[in-house]
Write a new protein. Structure first.
Lengths: 310, 188
């Protein structure tokens, strides 16, 4: 007997689209010899980031547990024990991130390649994207070039006071003005149906990436107003990483946010990694949004957890 | 005044910015993957109706505006005021026509209006979206006038407002109008 209701038809279509995307992703990595791993979402530590907030959960244990904001820490612990190429299709959780293109819980594709250049990884990410969208048109900018092209000025070289007047944002932090300009002026003005590669980044935006010749070895990929990928030449120097994590914590405390415990096992693990790795995280739901030309992330989720339209 | 966090804002909330009252009419969450989160808000000034856009950091706070909205029925109009009454509390208020402004052309006795108070004073009066009104004055539509290509003609309705109606509508008829646009919708 056939289902005749049109709502049912739409739901089935959505589920099939998502299932096919998962299948294509798995086939892509299988063909390239990258192993799928499945690490826990729950951890007694949380990735420490200035601007990404972690969800703490009740586990019945006395010490706090967190839902991961990215499978990065867990996967890097695996790399220390088994230096192979890995990928994960993982649900991740980011507190307070809710909107047309954001969901509290979303899916990442994250993978790590050993002894490969960042260029190789960029190419591979584009090849994955080619399974979902038309990547024949592509433009490349450095972080600064993107601002110059779409804002008409370089916000990294003008005095902070002048920048504050231009953005109208109430903040003493340069990077917040940059984020504002990026999100409200640069990102929206990229040409349509064109894959945008941003590489490299200025040193102060290196996060967990290596810095070479004063530039952070990071890249990002955008398509039709969607940030789709964030990739790095991974930094495995535990001392430098610790400094960065402590700095992120200090910033969080300054902003009235809780500081988070540093994962010593993570730092011990990265010390043990002797092979160089490049890694990238891709927003799976957003990739689907790009494919389906969806306006809202809820259109590609099997169930929309937050129905509240605002 | 109590405050609301930017990330708790919802459309329809009334907030104060630079001591002016605004209605939130649009919200967009914006955040680069590794960067600061922002909320782009569209705010409509409660009195002037002007819409402004402002981007806030997610951790900012706004004062909630002392705004109350209620519905009251028009009893009668005087030279400079309109008197409304609340159906349940029987409270009566006198609103200067200057506050009512353009909406004065939709004032009809016995009709229920949306009244907005800010800090205890009436700042806006809004009619229902659709009103049933009588045509008090209009020229008769010429028979077989399709050759001239005109389909609308001017008419005056019982509130004194002037609108355009189809040429087949006659004086004395009752019609439905859209108060947002002043357009004829249908016959009653």
């Amino acid at each position: 007997m056939h289902l005749t209701s049109s709502t049912e038809h739409l739901v089935v279509k959505k589920l099939k689209t998502r299932a096919l995307a998962l299948e294509k992703t798995r086939a892509f990595f299988k063909a390239r010899g990258v192993l799928e791993v499945d690490t826990p979402l729950l951890s007694s530590f949380a990735p420490i980031d200035r601007y990404i907030d972690v969800m703490q959960v009740e586990t019945g244990c006395s010490s706090p547990f967190y839902l991961h904001t990215s499978p990065e820490y867990a996967m890097k612990k695996l790399l220390a024990m088994a230096p192979i190429d890995l990928y994960q299709l993982s649900h991740v959780f980011r507190a307070g991130e809710k909107g047309e293109k954001h969901a509290l819980e979303f899916t990442m594709i994250e993978w790590y390649r050993k002894n490969c250049s960042l260029q190789f990884l960029i190419q591979e990410t584009i090849e994955l994207f080619a399974e979902f969208i038309d990547v024949s048109c592509m433009q490349t900018y450095t972080y600064e070039e993107a601002f110059l092209s779409y804002c008409g000025f370089n916000p990294l070289t003008i005095p902070l006071l002048k920048l504050q007047k231009k953005t109208g944002i109430n903040s003493p932090h340069l990077n917040e003005h940059l984020d504002y300009l990026w999100a409200t002026q640069v990102e929206e003005k990229f040409p349509e149906n064109t894959l945008i590669l941003i590489h490299p980044f200025p040193e102060f935006l290196s996060a967990l990436a290596q810095v070479k010749n004063g530039k952070a070895q990071r890249f990002e990929l955008y398509y039709n107003g969607l940030e789709l990928a964030n990739g790095y030449d991974e930094l495995f120097d535990a001392k430098q990483l610790r400094t960065r994590l402590e700095e992120a914590n200090r910033f969080r405390v300054q902003e009235g946010k809780p500081s988070l415990p540093i994962d010593e096992f993570f730092l011990d693990s990265v010390e043990k990694i002797n092979t160089p790795y490049v890694g990238v995280a891709v927003g799976f739901d957003r990739l689907l949004m790009a494919q389906e030309k969806a306006e809202r992330i809820s259109e590609v989720l099997s169930i929309d957890t937050h129905q509240d339209p605002s | 005044m109590p405050q609301v966090g930017i990330n708790e804002l919802k459309n329809g909330m009334k907030v104060e910015m630079d001591k002016e009252p605004f209605n939130i009419v649009g919200l967009e969450f914006v955040k680069p993957g590794k960067g600061q989160a922002f909320t782009r808000a569209k705010l409509k000034h409660l009195i002037s109706g002007r819409v402004v856009e402002k981007t806030f950091k997610s951790n900012e706070k706004l004062d909630i505006a002392d705004v109350e909205e209620t519905q009251m029925r028009l009893l009668y109009t005087e030279q400079n005021d309109a008197v409304f009454m609340h159906d349940e509390t029987f409270e009566q208020i006198s609103v200067p026509l200057s506050v009512i402004g353009e909406q004065e052309k939709w004032l009809m006795e016995e009709v229920l209006y949306d009244i907005t108070f800010y800090k205890g004073n009436v700042v806006a009066v809004a009619p229902p979206t659709f009103l049933s009104v009588e045509i008090t004055e209009t020229e008769p539509g010429a028979r077989g006038d399709s050759t001239s290509g005109r389909v609308l003609k001017p008419a005056t309705i019982q509130t004194g407002a002037k609108i355009q109606v189809p040429i087949f509508i006659n004086q004395g008829e009752k019609i439905k109008v859209d108060t947002r646009t002043g357009e004829y919708v249908s016959r009653i």
